[in-house]
Design a protein around this ligand. Structure first.
Ligand code: AMP
Length: 417
């Protein structure tokens, strides 16, 4: 039967392989090391959740809920959604698995999220995120720890990039509600000057007009009331303590009074790490406090704070050339040395030394293959080696060669790496 399927991947999705999966794994390793050092526990939740988990917390009027969720009816008519973000599923999992009895609860996870956005560089419909969350503490030290953790992870993955921390304080839920009311009034007074996109948000979600990139809006936004005038003295003190903490650790930040974040559940501290190397999709990481969210999902009345970073965006900035592997290629000249070859393969296996062999007996081809690969070494086995009971180890970048006994190889590789 003829196969008429036109194979293609779904728009906005991508396969991870080769360098990209190596970078993904390096990101995962760095995240895991940092998480373990600070006693965060890993969690992995299902990709599908009941739709209602997201509707109210993210905001019925948020872009994610209005336009971007992948929602479908299951065969038993229940509405399910591919998770568009990780905070609410983590809270759901903490509540349903009774993890909130000992506080604070510190969780982290990596996984794919789904949003039906317009795909472009750095923006996909399925993308991978790193998420860190701390439930159950209202101390500024938690905010500080999470921001420093984000900074450490980004610095260690992207040591050569300029990444800027933007910081804002949205105050309490009440402060924010009052601010929104006044923003609506102000934007209504300037209705005729706003873009049509912003007009839709005047009453439903006025703070989202603040991060509009539309030229007409920017002029109006620049003269809009500032959140600074609405935050309570306690919130201000809290913010001052965070800023002082960042200064103590020499972490530069920019106080950005227009930073609001896209989802409804945020209040108090909000932050983003931005780069100028990625065009318009310039936010690598974003997060903040969401006091009240856990209670609204049926959990105890405890505060929470967390952040999410985009793995694809970090990966796009990571250098490629670093990924030379400590792998040894085998170049075997003739089948008659198979027993001798098996000895070294056993040695590699036992010592967890990565090796590769194309199962061919052609010195020239094997050397070309090794040179075009990520390998650092090639081990050559021919008549001289067999007779002399040694192996020729060639370092691929310099071309230097060493004749080594099997028991010398491990030390040689350890010394070189
Ligand atoms: P958010 O949950 O919107 O605060 O996003 C947190 C981080 O996830 C962003 O800073 C991006 O790095 C990343 N991110 C969000 N949406 C996308 C997307 N559609 N494609 C790729 N990365 C994304």
């Amino acid at each position: 039967m003829e196969n008429n399927i036109k194979l293609r991947s779904v728009r906005g999705t991508h396969d991870l392989y080769g360098k990209e999966i190596e970078k993904y794994n390096e990101i995962k390793n760095t995240v895991t090391k940092n998480a373990e050092a600070r006693s965060f526990n890993e969690i992995k939740t299902p990709i599908i959740e009941f739709t209602e988990l997201f509707l109210k917390p993210l905001g019925i009027q948020s872009d994610v809920v209005l336009k971007e969720m992948y929602t479908f009816e299951d065969r038993n008519n229940e509405s399910l959604t591919l998770r568009p973000e990780y905070t609410t599923p983590m809270i759901r999992a903490a509540i349903t698995n009774n993890l909130l009895s000992e506080l604070p609860l510190k969780l982290y996870g990596l996984g794919s999220m789904f949003r039906r956005e317009r795909p472009q560089k750095g923006r996909y419909r399925e993308f991978n995120q790193i998420n860190f969350e701390t439930f159950g503490s209202d101390k500024f030290m938690v905010d500080l720890e999470l921001i420093i953790l984000a900074n450490d992870i980004l610095k260690s993955l992207l040591p050569n990039h300029k990444i800027k921390l933007h910081l804002n304080m949205l105050g309490t839920k009440q402060n924010l509600a009052e601010y929104k009311r006044n923003l609506s009034i102000y934007f209504n007074q300037n209705k005729h000057k706003l873009s049509s996109e912003s007009l839709e948000k005047i009453d439903s979600n006025p703070i989202r007009i603040l991060d509009s990139k539309h030229e007409d809006d920017i002029k109006i936004v620049n003269l809009a009331p500032s959140i600074r005038e609405y935050i309570s003295p306690n919130s201000k003190k809290y913010f001052d303590e965070i800023k002082q903490g960042l200064n103590n650790f020499n972490i530069d930040f920019y106080e950005d009074h227009k930073l609001v974040r896209g989802l409804d559940y945020y209040c108090s501290t909000v932050f983003e790490f931005k780069t100028d190397s990625l065009g318009s999709q310039d936010t690598l990481l974003g997060g903040g406090r969401y006091d009240g969210l856990i209670k609204s999902l049926g959990g105890p009345d405890i505060p929470g704070i967390g952040w999410a970073a985009g793995i694809e965006r970090i990966s796009m900035l990571m250098e490629n050339q670093k990924y030379k592997k400590n792998i040894v290629h085998l170049a075997i000249i003739d089948e008659k040395y198979n027993n001798y070859v098996q000895e070294i393969i056993k040695f590699f296996r036992d010592n967890k030394i990565s090796f590769y062999w194309n199962y061919k007996y052609n010195l020239k081809k094997s050397l070309i293959k090794a040179n075009n690969s990520d390998a650092s070494y090639v081990v050559i086995i021919g008549e001289n080696e067999f007779k002399g009971n040694f192996y020729t180890m060639k370092k691929l970048d310099t071309g230097e060669q060493h004749q080594l006994k099997i028991e010398e190889i491990k030390k040689f590789l350890d010394d070189k790496s």
